[in-house]
Write a protein that binds this ligand. Structure first.
Ligand code: ACO
Length: 332
């Protein structure tokens, strides 16, 4: 049996430094018109020296705790979804727990690329089923710039850095106004497509020897066209499945927040779902694709800006390397 869960607080944090399309024109052979028409991205935020997955997660977590009216001390579990951890050891979750000044709790990283937030949200729900008193911090953060080759114009224009956080607890019926009920989460993967979107270098399958300079495989590599096609199919079909499973019509959805990868992908998914554009929240124009952080930043910002109102039914969808994809249904 599922224990009903709520998101008690949301927060996000993006670096101050902006990388605009004009800046990229000076770095690679590209132009604002190409980037805007192919992706919709106008600028992205890039981590400064010392700004990391852990530090962005920390700021996002503090905001989520404040939003929830909770103290870090109350947290029982810390999850960090990322493909750009500060280090292989220790986990970013252990480092985040240290930043928050808490010791002796469960802390672990989750790897699902751009779908990281939904995979971590589902893990939080499972933890709460086992431990109904749990108060789980779900952070989803990527410093994608640390794994981008800024001489590769086909990829470096797509991504930006950022982090988001949500505090997830059981729904005791006593939650203050403003919380979101997590009605359902659906996840899927297809490992047979693993070669289409990769960051292999430095892993045990592509190790580096002392003194060796980084190879191409250290950075994000992608077959953009294939990723595009698969992402459209996967996100639209899992959203349809989510609506069917919950006996909902698309008209009952108030806000749709898809993975903020590319406006053309979002338009294609919106068309397949027959979702009116005014219900679709986008912020990729200013942040680019922030990977695991993408939908949690969008969710936090949409709530903060009043795009999501009390009572709204919100549909989320993600897609990432693996391939991984998912959908979640929230009621604010
Ligand atoms: N500026 C100018 N020209 C460029 C650029 C650039 N930045 N990048 C590529 N081009 C050129 C190519 O060299 C090619 O030129 P050619 O025809 O002379 O060979 C031409 O533009 C077309 O290139 P395509 O790759 O075919 O362009 P496409 O229309 O497919 O758009 C894009 C590329 C934007 C990457 C698209 O495929 C896409 O958005 N794919 C999805 C990517 C994505 O969102 N990935 C993240 C998923 S989630 C995760 O987990 C990370």
């Amino acid at each position: 049996m599922t224990t009903p869960c709520i998101i008690r607080g949301l927060g996000h944090c993006v670096p101050e430094t902006r990388l605009t399309n004009a800046d990229l024109e000076r770095m690679v052979d590209t132009n604002d018109e190409w980037i805007t028409s192919r992706t919709g991205v106008k600028e992205r935020r890039i981590a400064a020296l010392g700004e990391t997955t852990v530090s962005l997660s920390h700021q996002a977590a503090l905001r989520a705790l404040e939003n929830a009216g909770m103290q870090a001390e109350e947290l029982t579990h810390i999850l960090v979804a990322t493909f750009t951890p500060d280090a292989y050891i220790p986990s970013s979750a252990c480092m985040l727990a240290d930043c928050l000044g808490i010791i002796g709790r469960t802390a672990m990283d989750i790897s699902a690329a751009c779908s990281g937030f939904l995979f971590a949200l589902e893990a939080a729900r499972a933890i709460i089923c086992l431990h109904p008193e749990a108060k789980v911090l779900v952070a989803a953060t990527d410093v994608v710039s640390s794994r981008l080759d800024y001489t590769d114009r086909s990829i470096c224009i797509l991504f930006g850095d950022g982090g988001g956080a949500a505090i997830v607890t059981a729904d005791t019926g006593l939650a203050p106004a403003g919380c979101a009920q997590v009605l359902d989460v659906l996840l899927a993967t297809d490992g047979s497509a693993h070669g289409l979107l990769t960051v292999k270098g430095g892993g045990s399958g592509a190790p580096y020897k002392p003194g060796e300079t980084v190879r191409r495989d250290f950075f994000v590599e992608m077959n953009g066209r294939e990723v595009f096609k698969y992402a459209v199919r996967a996100m639209s079909s899992i959203c349809k499945k989510m609506l069917e499973k919950n006996s909902l019509d698309k008209d009952q959805v108030d806000v749709f927040i898809p993975h903020q990868a590319n406006l053309r992908i979002i338009d294609a998914v919106g068309t397949r779902l027959e979702m009116p554009t005014e219900k679709i929240f986008t912020n990729l124009q200013k942040y680019g694709n922030t990977s695991a952080a993408s939908v949690i930043i969008a969710l936090s910002e949409a709530r903060e800006e009043g795009f999501i109102k009390d009572g709204n039914l919100v549909l989320l969808s993600t897609f990432g390397g693996g391939f991984t994809w998912g959908s979640a249904l929230l009621r604010f």
